[in-house]
Write a protein that binds this ligand. Structure first.
Ligand code: KIV
Ligand code: ZN
Length: 548
């Protein structure tokens, strides 16, 4: 028998083969995170993020909700095949408690070496009465049947009583005991609407863990939303109460105010390890890269003061702080930037530097590129080194992310030329390469150079949309810094989803055009063939005049 509490750091594991002092990190960026308004990702991006999550060392990747659409199913399946290797993470698929959803979840995750089906059913009175229209007895029966149904496919079954934070604890204990009896191996307790406080959540977890019959045979898991800004505090409270799986997302993205942020929980356990006496399998030096990748692909900007991964998280502005830092870093720093992968090192390669050193630095940063891609990246690096005095790791990451990991499935920006200033009409001419390899050239006039560039792109791609967010900031300091642009657009036809895009360049108009094109590409890939494409012409270069 096990004491599941954090206070006890020794003893038998709750489940055989499981270390009682380890907190398993269940990442749901690709499922709960992708449900964030505007966080739509293409399958290729999901795969790339899953690869980064594996490098980060997460234990379980919830790769998606396969019943949501055939594309979602395929994306999960591909992650199961390519990332769910024997020494890789467990790959989970979410399913409502219905045979149809569970069939699809199984079809998606079964190629993984270690698949998991995660099924859920609401247990709060408000959800049962108004959403499910089911009685308590029906919910108990459905839980038994559907956990057993999932178990017939897969040894590893997780069950979540949705809205547990507002459910009657006595009823929860009954439902959870039934789930254990039917074969669930992980019980996840979601605070679906981010309602509970840390003390309440601790008490709830403690009670469920100690009073649920069979509770010592399963892993207990926490899943907290951030509606009151308490997600990380609640998650840590649940861990102190004995939970050993934490469900989290990179940058805390998720439904409404988001989910619990992976980096906050991991770094709290890491930085305060003598307090918690627990550890995770996360390689913390991969955190910043994961954060940037998720932000760039989803177009969801990380607020500058965000803990761990915000651009100000390690910046010291006040003179008194700077003075202290110069004397001893620990005066104002509880963890070093290097621990989370924020390297201050400068790549001292100039235009005369060799390709070998360049490749080695990319490898050190975790980028494995083919010879052909190294050639392209090296040319871009030389170009950048011509313009910038020093090229930082952040510049290099932006350059590689922008060139190789963006959604370039459809249109690629070849050239952009802009004239602007007063007097005059801001005019842009763009040259794009289309999905079929043909080139398209179009000029347009706009209210400014960015507007003109976007209008020129629109006149070629013709995918009606509304620009709802545009932001620009510099990656590093200095007048020659690379500019990063993030945009968000909403499709004018079809379901109201928004799409983010990211671009980086020393020229912010170029960065803007890249970001806009990335968002358009993402919209076109995600929405399939809903949008009209340029009419085909046989000439290699198609010139489409337009006025924006
Ligand atoms: O917040 C929630 O309740 C969920 C469940 C599906 C686990 O995301
Ligand atoms: Zn959730």
């Amino acid at each position: 028998m096990v004491d599941n509490t954090a206070e006890t750091s020794t003893g038998e594991p709750a489940v055989s083969g499981v270390d009682p002092n380890r907190v398993y990190i269940f990442d749901t960026t690709l499922r709960d995170g992708e449900q964030s308004p505007g966080a739509s990702l293409t399958s290729a991006e999901k795969l790339e993020i899953a690869r980064q999550l594996a490098r980060l060392g997460v234990d379980i990747i919830e790769a998606g909700f396969p019943a949501a659409s055939p594309d979602d199913l395929l994306a999960v399946q591909r992650i199961a095949q390519e990332v769910g290797t024997p020494d890789g993470p467990v790959i989970a698929g979410l399913a409502r408690a219905t045979p149809g959803d569970i069939d699809k979840a199984w079809e998606a995750v079964r190629p993984a070496a270690r698949p998991r089906i995660h099924t859920f059913l609401a247990t709060s009175d408000i959800h049962m009465q108004h959403k499910l229209r089911m009685t308590r007895e029906q919910v108990i029966d459905r839980t038994r049947e559907m956990v057993a149904y999932a178990k017939a496919y897969c040894q590893d079954v997780e069950f979540s009583p949705e809205d547990a934070g507002r459910s009657d604890p006595d009823f929860l204990i009954t439902v959870l005991a039934v789930a254990i009896e039917a074969g669930a191996t992980t019980l996840n307790i979601p605070d679906t609407v981010g309602y509970t406080t840390p003390d309440e959540y601790y008490a709830l977890m403690r009670r469920l863990i100690t009073e649920t019959p069979g509770g010592d045979r399963v892993i207990w898991s926490v899943h907290c939303h951030d509606d009151l800004g308490l997600a990380t505090a609640n998650t840590l409270a649940g861990i102190r109460a004995g939970a050993r799986q934490a469900e989290v997302t990179v940058n805390g993205i998720g439904e409404r105010a988001g989910n619990t942020s992976l980096e906050e929980v991991v770094m709290a356990l890491h930085t305060r390890r003598t307090f918690y006496n627990l550890y995770t399998g996360i390689d913390t030096t991969q955190i910043v890269r994961a954060s940037r990748m998720v932000s760039n692909y989803t177009g969801m900007i990380v607020q500058p003061n965000k803990a761990i991964v915000g651009s100000n998280a390690f910046a010291h502005e006040a003179g008194i702080h700077q003075d202290g830092m110069l004397k001893n870093q620990q005066t104002y720093e509880i963890m070093t930037p290097e621990t989370v992968g924020l390297s201050q090192s400068r790549l001292v390669l100039g235009k005369h530097s060799g390709r070998h050193a360049f490749r080695v630095r990319l490898q050190e940063l975790g980028f494995e590129l083919s010879d052909e891609d190294i050639t392209t990246a090296f040319a871009r690096f030389k170009d950048l080194a011509d313009k910038k005095k020093t090229v930082t790791d952040a510049d290099l990451e932006a350059l590689v992310a922008d060139e190789f990991y963006g959604p370039h499935e459809l249109y690629k920006l070849l050239d952009l030329q802009v004239t602007c200033g007063r007097p005059g009409m801001p005019t842009a001419t763009v040259r794009l390469q289309g999905p079929d390899g043909r080139e398209h050239v179009a000029p347009a006039v706009g209210t400014g150079p960015v507007d003109a560039s976007f209008a020129a792109i629109d006149s070629i791609i013709k995918a009606p949309n509304t620009l709802i967010e545009y932001s620009v900031h510099s990656i590093t300091e200095g007048i020659d810094a690379m500019g990063e642009v993030t945009v968000r657009i909403a499709a004018q036809n079809g379901p109201s989803r928004t799409f983010g895009g990211y671009g980086a360049d020393t020229d912010i108009i170029m960065a803007s055009a890249k970001a806009y094109l990335a968002a358009l590409n993402r919209m076109l890939v995600v929405k399939g063939s809903q949008f009209s494409q340029p009419e085909g012409e046989s000439s290699a270069i198609q010139v489409t005049p337009a006025v924006g």
